[in-house]
Structure formats: C-alpha cells, structure tokens
Design a protein around this ligand. Structure first.
Ligand code: HEC
Ligand code: HEC
Length: 304
C-alpha cells in the first residue's frame, strides 16, 4: 500500500505544480496582451488627390503587400485557427461591416507604425516593426488608397491566443510577435531616403516590403512565426546563402519569373514572387545592392 500512496502523492504534487505554472503563463501573457498603450500623435496629413490613391494602390499591392495577410480584396482573412496555437485574423481594411476602414487617420497610423489597435491594445503579428519605416508620404498614400476601397462586409472571429503560443510568448521564443512592446517607447525611424538605386533605398524597400517578415529580421532565413503549414524555410538572402553566387540579373530574373538560376521553381503560395516581380528595375536594383551590402559574396562558383 505504501509505495502506491507515495506515487499518488507525487502525482498530486506534480498536477498542482503544472496547474500553477499554467496559471502563471496565462496571467503573465494576458497582462501583456491587455496592456493599454499610448503613442504620440503623428499629425500625418492624408492626401486625397487621385495620384496619391494610385501610388497607394501600388504600395499596398506590390511593395508593402498588405494583401499577403489582409487578403487579395483587403477585406480580411483568417490566418490560422488551431486549439493549441490559437486563432488570428488579419482584419477587414475596407469601410464595410466588420472593417477598420472608417477609423480615423490617426488610429490607422497608430496600428501601422506602433502595432497598437483601435482599443489601445497591442496587435499580434501585425508587422509594425517594419511598416513603421514607411515615410509620411508613402503611409499617407496607403491610407488614401484604403479609404478609396469599395466597402466589403466581412466580420472575422476575434483573436484567441492558444496555450502553445502563450508558452512560446512567455519563454520569449517568438520575438516581435507583439511589436507594440518595443515600439511604444522607440524613437522614430530616420527619415526615409529618396528613391534611388542605392543601398539606403534598398534597405527601405526590404523593410517595407515584408522581406523581413518571412526571411526574418536579419534576412538569414529559417522558419518564422507566421509560416503557413507546409512552408519551406525561407532561404538566407545575404551573401552567405544561395544568392552569394548570383548576379543582379539572376536576382531580377528570379523575382520576375519565380525560377532561380539553379532552375528551381519558387512556390508562389509561400514566396509572393509574382507581386514582388512587379517592382521596377530600379527598385529591384536597389534591393539587390542592399542585400549585397550584407555579407561576403561566396567565391565558389560565383557568376559575374
Ligand atoms: C504579416 C501579416 C500582415 C501584414 C503584411 C500586414 N498586416 Fe495588418 N494586421 C495583421 C494582423 C494579424 C492584424 C490583427 C492583429 C490582432 O488582431 O491582434 C492586423 C491588423 C491591422 C490593422 C488593425 C487595426 C485595429 O485597430 O484593429 C490595420 C489598420 C492594419 N493591420 C493595416 C495594415 C496595412 C495597411 C498593411 C500594409 C501596409 C498591413 N496591415 C500589413 C497582419 C498583417
Ligand atoms: C510571405 C513570405 C515571404 C515574403 C514576404 C518574401 N519571401 Fe522570399 N521566399 C519565401 C519562401 C518561403 C521562399 C522559398 C520558396 C521555395 O523554396 O519555394 C522564398 C524564396 C526567395 C528567394 C529565392 C532564393 C532561393 O535560392 O531559393 C529570393 C531571392 C527571395 N525569396 C527574395 C525575397 C525578397 C527580396 C523579398 C522582399 C521583397 C521576399 N523574398 C519576400 C517567403 C517570402
């Protein structure tokens, strides 16, 4: 009888400890997700002229690719729903029912620059840490375009953070999923460089075109928190990766055709090459110069 009683006692203690840890993880992550943030007003002026709307359309669809998460019609979509991981939708950006398109300019700016939602709470997986680099002119044009979208009614289910995600968040394993935590007190980014075939402008495009969302902050690749099930790990884009032996022509050709110089077809479901490939020669040239500036070029089999 004795050993059995001891086992029961150990199991009870373990169950108690597990419940306590679960409570700690839940309470601490819930506090972080419910924190209310105040961020400075931007005073950004949203233009209303037709040229700005056309520029905004190109930025939304080709450069910043809000469509990757908010859906091709920008009326929002469910990004994932799993009992363990959680449920997350990128909301409807139009003025229709369930949309955020009728929020004030300042509120939209707050979401895009600081990752702070309409209720002052932090947004999850909205890549404000990169989008905050958008210049006033580009962000103004993006908002002008969002305002011009036809209203679409689409209501999406509320966010639910599942236990596995809470644990990863608690352990600090998913940096940047709640950008407001670091952005609320961050100083504003340096002024955006003028468009040119330059390293500086290439960096601006890499920041604002979401390359870092998938290829990771340092562009060294590997699986990222927003990976779609089945997604191959995005490759290293620095000179240490496959691009180390490419020429600029190879790079532009890959992003325009989806075929790498090694003859591999990129899967459009994961790498949005068709949209990225609509960038101009100068834009892709600037991105190429920036990527080249990141690391040594590989010498094995290097092309000219
Ligand atoms: C990597 C995916 C992703 C990309 C790219 C992205 N978003 Fe989001 N966005 C999200 C998610 C997810 C949410 C909802 C987060 C939540 O509910 O916690 C969100 C929320 C928002 C909100 C909500 C504000 C609120 O108050 O509720 C706005 C506005 C927004 N995004 C605009 C944009 C714009 C404009 C772009 C392009 C410049 C963009 N997003 C690009 C994922 C993305
Ligand atoms: C939504 C996620 C996502 C975004 C955004 C994204 N990529 Fe990718 N990228 C991937 C994935 C995944 C692959 C691997 C695809 C495959 O193997 O089919 C890839 C592959 C590539 C490749 C091919 C490299 C090789 O040798 O296989 C290049 C080049 C590339 N991306 C550049 C970029 C650049 C530049 C940007 C920003 C303008 C960007 N990507 C934005 C996910 C992304």
């Amino acid at each position: 009888m004795r050993p059995r009683r001891t086992v029961t006692r150990i199991l009870t203690v373990c169950a108690g400890l597990a419940a306590l840890s679960a409570c700690i993880v839940y309470a601490s992550t819930e506090l972080r997700l419910r924190r209310s943030y105040r961020v400075p007003a931007s005073g950004l002026q949203v233009p209303a002229d037709p040229e700005a709307i056309v520029r905004g359309q190109r930025l939304v669809h080709v450069v910043a690719q809000c469509t990757n998460c908010h859906g091709a019609d920008l009326a929002g979509q469910l990004l994932g729903d799993d009992p363990w991981i959680g449920r997350l939708a990128a909301p409807n950006l139009t003025r229709g029912r369930g949309g955020v398109g009728s929020l004030s300019d300042e509120r939209l700016v707050r979401s895009i620059r600081y990752g702070v939602g309409r209720d002052g709470r932090p947004l999850v997986m909205m890549p404000a840490q990169y989008l905050r680099n958008l210049s006033d002119g580009d962000l103004g044009a993006i908002i002008a375009y969002l305002r011009s979208l036809p209203p679409i009614d689409r209501e999406l289910p509320p966010r639910r953070v599942g236990p596995l995600s809470r644990l990863a968040f608690f352990l600090g394993r998913v940096p940047d999923v709640v950008p407001a935590e670091t952005l609320a007190d961050a100083s504003p980014p340096p002024p955006a460089p003028e468009p040119a075939i330059s390293v500086g402008y290439g960096r601006y495009l890499v920041d604002t075109a979401g390359c870092r969302v998938c290829h990771r902050q340092d562009l060294r690749g590997g699986l990222h928190p927003l990976a779609i099930p089945g997604e191959p790990p995005p490759p290293d884009l620095t000179g240490a990766g496959p691009l180390g032996t490419w020429s600029e022509r190879d790079f532009v050709h890959t992003l325009r055709t989806g075929i790498t110089p090694e003859g591999r077809a990129l899967d459009e479901a994961y790498m949005p090459w068709r949209r990225t490939g609509r960038m101009s020669d100068s834009e892709l040239g600037a991105i190429w110069r920036y990527l080249r500036s990141l690391g040594p070029r590989r010498t094995d089999g290097a092309r000219s």
